[in-house]
Ligand binder design. Structure first.
Ligand SMILES: Nc1ncnc2c1ncn2[C@@H]1O[C@H](COP(=O)(O)OP(=O)(O)O)[C@@H](O)[C@H]1O
Ligand SMILES: [Mg+2]
Length: 484
């Protein structure tokens, strides 16, 4: 019933994107229940909007092409100097749902967009001008694509593994980008903890390991509980809190499974005071000029480590916010970071000290840049694109224009089964601003353990803080998948 009501609500609400209807695309008509027929109606709306999008993209493509042709002669033998987004060629690493906002934004700005990853069915590739089937973690293959299309910039967006590739390839081609050395430190948990310790930042005790035996030795030396994590993964994949020596081996095997370099970190577990801090920020010309930091939320029935949503503004006090700003500024200066949209996870420990859990050298996943734009009016996606092209970032683009109460929630399942759509409690209907589904009807879904199990997401805007605080604690009960 609730699902039906919501579908109607979605369908009637003209400002809502109709991605949600994609779930109907593979659902043949035949013996449909009323709810399913609404999905099909919504699918028609989706197809119409896609057609319109295509028209816009085709026009933009032609404009870009004309520019490229006229510029060809002048550019012979030298790296093209990018002066604006219009006509620039941008390589975006990845084509998942979470990269779609960057792909669309770049196209709207007049860029010719090339996407790549090893999954041709990822939805973003259908929107791009060109798609190359190469892995975002293969710098040599990405370099070849960048050369083939004579790109003006490379963007890693909502993906940690892609960030190192982007920095490495950009350096090789003399394109704008973060220093590969800084990105390497930020995307390797052992290197990052070593950096924190060396420069006097709060850091848990830690040890590197690459086998079960080394993990057991490290745990014995440290004492329980510990966190065991792959050094170079993300989205809480392969992350386990270990409280018994008997569980170290399984946790180590799980972490190694998700590490590209077959290395893990054994880390002292730090107890958090209050909520986890999460968000995206901006370094422009060496200064931390913007932070869209809020509270991170988890579903304790699934995983205490895999976030299922964020809300802004957060609970962090003003004094801790200033402290966070100062620590991050010092950290970026030490790393030599000049221009970067970054993702942050942090916490305050039981002694009131700030611990930076990690900094991803790229915009956040879980639609964080979209949530931050809803909250503040600052479009970090547009800014990340300009940074990737080496363009000036006007201060007006990162000045907060609004201060709204917003939250995101990842659609996730508490049990394994087959995906049959979603339900949303009527109490949430009035506050939905966007729904996007990743899973399609009939897909096999897993119990939520990490970001790879995300089925979709919704963004909400609330009229006031009281309403937001009332609804946040039950989000995981009120926006749920139908799983049979
Ligand atoms: N040392 C730690 N102590 C307490 N909690 C931790 C620790 N390390 C990680 N966590 C928790 O686990 C989550 C995932 O760990 P993280 O290092 O961010 O891995 P990933 O790169 O997969 O996101 C963090 O957001 C945090 O909630
Ligand atoms: Mg993390």
């Amino acid at each position: 019933m609730i699902g039906t009501a919501l579908t109607m609500h979605l369908f009637c609400h003209s400002t809502l994107p109709v991605y949600a209807a994609a779930i109907a695309a593979r659902n043949p008509c035949g013996d449909m229940e009323p709810q399913r027929s609404l999905y099909v109606l919504a699918a028609v709306a989706f197809a119409v909007s896609r057609h319109r999008e295509r028209e816009v993209f085709t026009q933009s493509n032609q404009r870009t092409k004309m520019r490229d042709q006229s510029a060809d002669g002048e550019q012979a033998g030298q790296q093209r100097q990018c002066v604006d987004t219009a006509g620039a060629v941008l390589l975006i690493l990845g084509g998942t749902t979470f990269q779609i906002p960057a792909i669309l934004q770049a196209m709207k700005s007049g860029c010719r967009v090339i996407t790549c990853d090893y999954l041709p069915d990822n939805p973003g590739h259908r929107l791009a001008h060109h798609y190359a089937n190469v892995s975002t973690t293969d710098p040599q293959a990405v370099l070849a694509v960048a050369r083939e299309f004579n790109v003006d910039g490379i963007l890693a967006y909502a993906s940690d593994p892609a960030a190192l590739t982007a920095a490495t390839v950009a350096a090789q081609l003399g394109l704008p980008g973060s220093s590969a050395h800084a990105v390497e430190i930020l995307t390797d948990k052992v290197l990052f903890r070593t950096f924190l310790q060396r420069h006097g930042f709060r850091s848990p005790r830690f040890a590197a390991a690459s086998s079960v035996a080394e993990s057991q030795a490290a745990t014995a030396g440290m004492g329980l509980p510990v966190m065991i994590k792959p050094v170079d993964s993300s989205g809480s994949k392969g992350v386990t809190r270990v409280t018994s020596p008997d569980d170290v081996a399984a946790a180590a095997v799980n972490a190694l499974r998700y590490s590209r370099s077959s290395r893990l970190i054994v880390e002292e577990w730090i107890e958090r005071d209050g909520v986890q801090i999460a968000g995206d920020g901006l370094v422009a010309d060496g200064q931390l000029v913007f932070g869209g930091f809020g509270d991170e939320h988890f579903d304790s029935q699934c995983s205490p480590w895999a976030p299922v949503g964020e809300s802004l503004p957060g609970e962090l006090s003003d004094s801790l916010r200033v402290h966070l700003h100062d620590e991050l500024q010092r950290l970026f200066e030490l790393l030599g970071v000049r221009d970067l949209v970054f993702n942050l996870d942090a916490m305050i420990d039981r002694d009131g000290r700030l611990l930076v859990i990690e900094i991803g050298p790229r915009a956040g996943g879980n639609a964080l840049p979209q949530l931050i734009e809803l909250a503040t009016g600052v479009d970090l996606t547009a800014i990340a694109i300009r940074q990737a092209l080496g363009l000036v970032i006007p201060s007006s683009s990162y000045t907060r224009r609004t201060s709204r109460y917003v939250a995101s929630h990842m659609l996730h399942s508490r049990l394994a089964g087959s995906f049959g759509g979603f339900r949303m409690a009527p109490s949430l209907h009035a506050y939905v601003t966007q729904i996007s589904l990743i899973a399609r009807l009939g897909d096999t879904v897993s119990r939520f353990a990490s970001a790879k199990d995300t089925l979709g997401y919704a963004l909400f805007e609330f009229p006031d803080e009281r309403t937001m605080r009332k609804l946040l604690p039950t989000m995981s009960n009120d926006f749920v998948p139908v799983v049979a």
